[in-house]
Ligand binder design. Structure first.
Ligand code: GNR
Ligand code: NI
Length: 169
């Protein structure tokens, strides 16, 4: 197992659209294990393969406080969504930046597990937010894309400022 480097905005590779997974082999299982290790090490609740510069439709999530409810979704597709919720989102590719985003309250997602078996997940609330956030990454989309131009500019300036401060110790 190993942790993988997470790419950060404005890396253009975050805009890559992920390809479907066709082969469910030992290499895929190793990659999914590395995604979990990377997500847990970074204290994230989710991670999309896009963020580790692998452009396959793979996402992992764990919304539990105990960090013991791993969920891996391969080739996820939204079957149904309804309602709306506002949730303050963060992203490992935008360290230290948080913003309210409006998304569906509930999603029904069809996906495959690491063995290629079809699974259907009915998610609501924070898990639904996380799945939508990760599926966006797989489509080359990031959470600041939902903000008004003014708010986005403000947050990206803040990201820049934080990085400069970090660089100057
Ligand atoms: O760790 C994460 N926290 C989070 C909080 C609110 C909404 C979405 C997320 S996902 C994020 C990890 C990440 O960047 N996944 O792509
Ligand atoms: Ni993210």
């Amino acid at each position: 197992m190993s942790t993988l480097p997470i790419i950060e905005f404005p890396d253009p590779r975050l805009r890559t659209k992920a390809e479907p997974v066709r082969v469910f082999d030992a290499e895929l299982k190793q990659f999914v294990a590395d995604m979990f290790e990377t997500m847990y090490a970074a204290n994230g609740v989710g991670l999309a393969s896009t963020q580790v510069n692998v452009h396959k439709q793979v996402l992992v999530a764990d919304m539990s406080d105990e960090r013991n409810e791993p969920l891996a979704l391969i080739n996820p597709q939204i079957l149904e969504k309804d309602g709306a919720q506002v949730y303050q989102e963060g992203c490992l590719s935008f360290p230290g930046i948080y913003a309210d985003v409006t998304r569906a309250l509930r999603v029904k997602v069809k996906a495959q597990d690491v063995d290629g078996n079809e699974i259907v997940v009915d998610a609501e609330g924070p898990l639904a937010v996380c799945i939508q956030h990760e599926m966006d990454h797989l489509a080359g989309k990031v959470f600041v894309d939902y903000l008004s131009p003014l708010r986005r500019t403000m947050l990206l300036k803040r990201l820049d400022k934080q990085r400069k401060q970090a660089a100057n110790g």
